[in-house]
Design a protein around this ligand. Structure first.
Ligand code: PLP
Length: 451
């Protein structure tokens, strides 16, 4: 059938809304009520008492996490952004020290580096795993490098063996940002504790959520202790601290409330199920579309597990001969309008490579000297990470419609929409790309019911 595409006026494949994620059930409600009735919404006291490391719900959350994932220590925080901040403070870095980080991640990663007076060094990513490419890490190591911040993007575990090997050779810390990857496994090992220290996000969009929240995990007792100090104004304990902990004593308020901990805890034991459903949903889409021209998928080793925060799909413009944005709009026109982020059929590009942000381009930091950029000669020009730029500008499509609440009917609609658009690709060849990339949050504007 030619020219029946919805974008050209034909009937869409489906107008039935996709399922929204609704994580908050009885156990989460019971937990919240339990805390409200206790009247103790936060269990922390910033002083030398038994409450320095929080109340019963926070301690239960941390212990449950350790039991589920095999970490020796967990330190919850009020977001993963403050978790990263805590970790960087714990490493006792000098101003101008360099940390290698991918440019394809949430801005929080390099921002925390800058806020610690250090220099983010953007290394390129592997075009399949979408996380730091070991060869690019090697190429960026200097005398000032102190750490590698790996991001397990979209749930796909990074190449941790090679990365940890490089770190050992150069005496560097490995920090794992597993915000998007609880339940992901690299060659039999749970992400988050393969490097020196890592952690997860519990923000509203993540696999497990309590509105906002984060959790640091490590098997290193000294780093764990330092993070506990930094999370809760450790300066107040300074008079009693061993000498080796004093340089981590100045802290802040990065504490998770009892209410949030009680909401997050019951979700932890569901992670295996969530990841398993997301894998079968991704497999369903792959099986339907594999072999279609111009569409490719990620693949990882058999002993690794992807946890599919979102499903990346690689779009080959040279094969389909239409711009990615035209393809995306054609697929989305076949499918229901989103009601939330999780029901957005298809997005493109993820985030602009972070160094292309004006603040990096112009090296605008703090104060009249633009600290800490005044400590480096590095420039952040376009072309710095070509693999990332290509993914952002041309190759990457993303769908969240593999989450655990998605029905087979919805998955079928997505696969049908891809198939229909590819079968009718010739009819799109005269269409031009919209101006620029489509905004991944465009559904907010399209659907006025969301405020
Ligand atoms: C890869 C990554 N790192 C860091 C963060 C920051 O986490 P949070 O929102 O919990 O502060 C996010 C959140 O979107 C993320 O996806």
């Amino acid at each position: 059938m030619k020219n029946n595409l919805a974008i050209l006026g034909g009937d869409p494949i489906s107008t039935t809304s996709f399922e929204e994620r609704k994580l908050i059930g009885k156990e989460e409600r019971d937990g919240a009520l339990r805390v409200l009735e206790s009247q103790i919404l936060s269990g922390f006291i910033a002083g030398p008492t038994k409450f320095f490391n929080g109340g019963p719900e926070v301690k239960n959350l941390e212990q449950t996490w350790n039991e589920e994932f095999g970490s020796a220590f967990s330190i919850s925080t009020n977001s993963w952004t403050t978790g990263i901040q805590t970790i960087l403070q714990s490493l006792d870095l000098d101003p101008g020290d360099e940390i290698i980080v991918p440019p394809y991640t949430m801005s929080a990663c390099p921002s925390a580096i800058i806020l610690n007076g250090c220099i983010p060094v953007f290394a390129d990513i592997d075009p399949i795993r979408l996380s730091l490419d070991p060869s690019s890490i090697r190429a960026n190591i200097t005398d000032r490098t102190k750490a590698i911040m790996v991001v397990h993007l979209f749930g796909c575990p990074a190449e941790m063996d090679e990365i940890c090997k490089i770190a050992r050779e150069h005496n560097l810390f490995v920090i794992e940002d597993a915000a998007q990857s609880p339940g992901a496994v690299f060659q039999g090992k749970n992400v988050g504790i393969i490097g020196d220290i890592g952690g997860f996000s519990f923000n509203f969009h993540k696999h497990l959520h309590c509105g906002e929240g984060g959790l640091i995990t490590t098997n290193n007792s000294k780093l764990a202790k330092k993070c506990q100090l930094i999370r809760n104004h450790g300066e107040n304990l300074a008079d009693d601290l061993e000498e080796e902990l004093l340089n981590s004593a100045f802290g802040s308020n990065y504490r998770l409330s009892e209410l949030q901990a009680a909401i997050a805890s019951p979700q932890i034991k569901n992670i295996e199920n969530i990841v398993s459903v997301r894998n079968s949903n991704a497999d369903f889409i792959k099986k339907r579309l594999v072999g279609m021209p111009g569409i490719e998928f990620q693949s990882i080793e058999n002993d690794s597990v992807h946890s599919y925060y979102m499903m990346p799909i690689f779009f080959k413009e040279a094969v389909l001969e239409v711009p990615r944005n035209v393809f995306l709009r054609a697929v989305n026109a076949e499918l229901p309008l989103p009601t939330t982020w999780d029901t957005n059929p298809l997005a493109e590009g993820y985030c602009k490579p972070l160094y292309m942000n004006k603040l990096y381009q112009r090296k605008i930091g703090r104060g009249s000297d633009n600290f800490p950029f005044n400590l480096t000669k590095r420039e952040y020009g376009e072309g710095l990470c070509p693999v990332t730029e290509n993914l952002y500008q041309r190759e990457l499509l993303l769908t969240p419609i593999i989450h655990e609440f998605t029905s087979i009917t919805s998955l079928t609609a997505v696969a049908d929409a891809f198939e229909k658009v590819i079968e009718n690709i010739d009819s799109l060849k005269s269409l031009k790309s919209d101006d620029g990339l489509s905004d991944p949050l465009a559904f907010i504007n399209r659907n006025k019911s969301i405020q």
